[in-house]
Design a protein around this ligand. Structure first.
Ligand code: SF4
Ligand code: SF4
Length: 443
């Protein structure tokens, strides 16, 4: 284990982390909500079609939506109850998606699955289990896990990295899982390693979670093929390409996937979900999320049923403070500000952060002063200022040339810009226009 000379990636920023607001709060179960809208599209890839109808009684963990497409992930019910409707619901990004709305039974059962010997599972078994359980990346990306576990044959994976950075301010759910579930995390990592035939596993953890090391070391035990790499505390250390560079020194080329560098990255929560799916047949229908920020009365780390509305969770935390002014689904750097609190938690939701007026820096955008700060901090070595100019002029080919499609919307550029330019909004606009232009050419 290396603790000295902490490794990291190039560029990035050091925002105030404020994790102490929730890091000491042990995980508790959130109440069962009165109504549960479960979105049929919670992942990158094809949407699911409902497998149930209005009036059906469904069981806890029952598959309620699936798709024939390879890049997709089925959804399962987070409660036992009756299907009240199949209707459109708004997701965290403001899009309308189809949802199965369930009215939970007054008595909720414990999950009863299978009991499997995980040592007996081969690579194909593990990939199938991940697919059937609807596993996706739980750090926010929500990419289907079975797809990540099926890299091209000519791109062998030799290292699996568990992303234990949780580099976004306020969020602490992964930190709590590292403290409270280290055995499950290591068991999941071993399953991932077996699935892709990797010789080595690494826990990449930021140096602000050193209290988790003892538990992780105990869980690793005598497994010489698993290491812990303590990394510098810096945002966005937990971004996939940046983490791979920090841990291995390997660079994933622009536009390519981690398999290009022989790596597979999985989140802490996904690792636990993999273990639970393999050992007990438990689908991904609940997850741990952080509720934090100065605008919420009680901060918490809650185990939440997928489909629980933001409003129910805020209520479970005592409500909003009088000066609460902005509710964000996810962290403050990459999350989405919410206009309405009826939006439900999905598999990729890691937190709900509530800011007060003094935390929300709403200042008018000015003209670029050409200071170059956005370029200095961009972890992808892009030219954010040029992407903005191209977008303002509607020059989509130039926006693409300056790297709009390689931007992963970390927000470092906007955070550091003295002209308060919201680069990420411009990048999102450019991505949409470039995507639309490419589709039109194909037709
Ligand atoms: S351009 Fe994209 S990747 Fe670069 S700092 Fe800005 S948001 Fe992050
Ligand atoms: S940080 Fe802002 S003002 Fe400075 S070059 Fe970038 S866009 Fe322009």
């Amino acid at each position: 284990m290396k603790e000295q000379g902490l490794r990291t990636f190039k560029a990035g920023i050091h925002p105030p982390y404020l994790k102490e607001l929730a890091s000491g709060k042990a995980i508790k179960e959130a109440p069962v909500p009165e109504e549960v809208p479960i979105l049929l599209q919670q992942h990158v890839g094809a949407p699911n079609e409902p497998l149930v109808g209005v009036g059906d009684h469904i069981n806890l963990g029952q598959k309620i939506g699936s798709s024939e497409a390879f890049v997709s992930a089925p959804v399962h019910s987070s409660v036992a109850g009756v299907v009240k409707g199949i209707q459109e619901a708004t997701n965290a990004t403001g899009q309308k998606v189809k949802a199965v709305v369930v009215t939970p039974d007054s008595n909720q059962p414990q999950f009863s699955g299978v009991s499997r010997d995980i040592e007996a599972l081969n690579a194909q078994d593990i990939v199938s289990i991940a697919k059937d359980a609807g596993l996706v990346g739980m750090g926010g990306a929500a990419f289907p896990t079975h797809v990540k576990l099926s890299p091209p044959k000519d791109k062998p994976i030799d290292i699996v990295i568990i992303n234990a950075c949780e580099c976004e301010p306020f969020l602490t759910c992964d930190h709590r899982l590292l403290l409270e579930r280290p055995e499950a995390i290591i068991a999941g990592l071993k399953l991932f390693m077996r699935a892709v035939g990797a010789e080595k596993g690494v826990i990449g953890i930021e140096a602000n979670k050193l209290d988790a090391l003892d538990g992780l070391r105990k869980a690793i035990g005598g497994s010489a093929d698993i290491e812990i790499e303590v990394l510098e505390v810096k945002y966005p250390e937990g971004a996939e390409k940046q983490l791979i560079f920090a841990v291995t020194g390997r660079k994933v080329p622009l536009g390519k996937l981690p398999s290009e560098a022989g790596c597979l990255v999985q989140n802490v929560g996904t690792s636990i979900a993999m273990y639970e799916a393999a050992a007990f047949g438990k689908p991904l229908y609940e997850r741990v999320i952080t509720l934090s920020g100065p605008g919420i009365k009680e901060t918490a780390n809650l185990k939440v049923k997928i489909g629980t509305r933001i409003s129910a969770l805020i209520e479970a935390c005592g409500g909003l403070t009088e000066d609460a002014s902005k509710v964000i689904m996810g962290g403050p750097m990459t999350g989405w500000a919410q206009a309405e609190l009826s939006v439900p938690v999905i598999k990729g939701t890691s937190g709900i952060v509530v800011l007060t007026e003094s935390f929300v820096d709403v200042r008018d955008e000015h003209a670029c002063v050409k200071c170059g700060k956005c370029v200095e901090v961009c972890p992808m070595s892009l030219m954010p200022n040029y992407i903005v100019t191209a977008t303002q002029k509607g020059e989509w080919d130039k926006a693409e040339m300056w790297g709009a499609l390689d931007c992963f919307e970390c927000g470092c550029c906007s955070y550091t810009c003295p002209a308060y330019i919201p680069h990420v909004s411009y990048v999102r606009k450019a991505k949409a226009e470039i995507g639309a232009a490419k589709k039109a050419v194909k037709k």
